[in-house]
Design a protein around this ligand. Structure first.
Ligand SMILES: Cc1ncc(COP(=O)(O)O)c(C=O)c1O
Length: 394
């Protein structure tokens, strides 16, 4: 176990221990005792990276030229390749030198971008609940996190308009659709409205597009950069983690507004030497040769979604089908509401041997929900829902 953090460290005081650690520890203890837990907790993809990409990594790793420091902005050919993908998939033209930078996954992009552009007291508005770095990246940068409730996209937009009407001028808007954990999905019209508001009020927009390729039943998530004029105010973060099953490789991109990209490049030039070059070279192959991979990965998640939703319904826990992401955001069954999401998650692990993430871990507005990640196969998901059904019957 990690030792308790020292309260005398200025920034550490502001970072509460991860709520998910409680469930992770219970799961680890059960597994150490040879008890089989079905782990639908962390959004950690279980699929393999495409073979051609792994092969390219091995080949490039054998070449001593690739053992040196790389470039903190990423090698030019990789930046060119992501720019091509944006042109092909979204019809968006980007300059690979000024409007694209390679990052150490989306998390690095988010944390360092906030560090680069947010100053003490700057207001950053974002939906809540949210992926933890969206909130704590702002706190670490000493900005003021302004959380707007998002039961659905129109409500969030309405609250944002109220904020502007009330005279608050956020420096930055941090959004992410398809959304983790709520699975909220939006259309291009929503993005247009965000860009319109941002341009009108001089706000920057960061769109975390980690689930860019995970839209179900024919739904295609829009890129914010498809909106005309978006580049004046917005950057988008694209990640290889979910689209190509490359979560452990740590490769992402920040694309769009040149001023923001330059600020991120400056910070990163002090902090890192870029991703290990063989990984960048292999990522070029993923983008260039694995065009069909994202759709295949998405189809597998869709089947798992169906297995989970149907299974929970049979178990007496009716839930809505999400249109995107690799998650299900489920309200606690009525009779467990009072106990809260953390206690309910503990109970689910203890009684049904199924690990989920308690909603409270995603911020105060996540209470009352748990998040299932679709990271075990359909058979295991069915096994989980049967165990949940048994537990709910008791
Ligand atoms: C909304 C969101 N952004 C970013 C990430 C992390 O992406 P990466 O692996 O590229 O750092 C996740 C991972 O779960 C996520 O849910």
């Amino acid at each position: 176990m990690m030792p308790e953090t020292a309260p005398e460290f200025y920034r550490i005081q502001k970072l509460p221990p991860y709520v998910f650690a409680v469930i992770n520890e219970m799961r680890a203890k059960a597994r150490a005792a040879q008890i089989d837990v079905i782990d639908l907790g962390m959004g950690n993809p279980d699929g393999a990276t495409p073979r051609v990409v792994v092969n390219k990594l091995v080949e490039a790793a054998r070449n001593a030229r690739n053992h040196r420091y790389s470039q903190s902005r990423g090698i030019p050919r990789l930046r060119e390749e992501i720019v091509k993908r944006y042109q092909q998939n979204y019809g968006v033209a980007l300059d690979p030198d000024k409007e694209a930078i390679v990052t150490i996954g989306a998390k690095d992009a988010l944390a360092h971008l906030l560090f680069a552009v947010v100053g003490p007291g700057d207001v950053v508005a974002s939906p809540n609940p949210a992926y933890p770095i969206h909130q704590y990246g702002v706190i670490m940068a000493e900005g003021q996190a302004c959380m707007l409730p998002m039961p659905d996209a129109p409500t969030f937009l309405g609250r944002l308009e109220d904020l502007y009407r009330g005279g608050v001028k956020p420096k930055l808007l941090l959004i992410s659709f398809p959304h983790n954990p709520t699975t909220t999905c939006v259309d291009l019209e929503f993005m247009r409205e965000i860009v319109r508001l941002a341009r009108q009020h001089g706000t920057l927009v960061v769109h975390d597009f980690a689930y860019a390729d995970l839209g179900f039943d024919g739904y295609r998530p829009p890129s914010i950069l498809q909106v005309e004029g978006a580049k004046e105010v917005a950057v988008e973060i694209f990640s290889m983690s979910k689209s190509y099953n490359m979560a452990g490789w740590r490769v992402g991109f920040c694309l769009g507004n040149a001023r923001v990209i330059a600020a991120l490049a400056r910070i990163k030039s002090y902090l890192d030497y870029g991703v290990f070059q063989p990984i960048q070279i292999a990522s070029i192959i993923a983008l260039r040769e694995c065009e069909e991979e994202p759709a295949k990965i998405c189809a597998a998640y869709q089947k798992r979604r169906d297995a989970l939703v149907d299974g929970l319904k049979r178990a007496g826990w009716p839930v809505e089908k999400p249109r995107g992401t690799m998650f299900l955001w489920a309200p606690l069954p009525e009779r467990f509401r009072a106990m809260g999401s953390l206690e309910f998650s503990k109970l689910l692990l203890e009684k049904a041997l199924v690990a989920v993430s308690p909603g409270i871990g995603f911020g105060p507005l996540g209470e009352g929900y748990v998040r299932f990640a679709l990271v075990e196969n359909e058979q295991r998901i069915r096994q989980a829902t049967r165990a949940i059904g048994q537990f709910l019957k008791e």
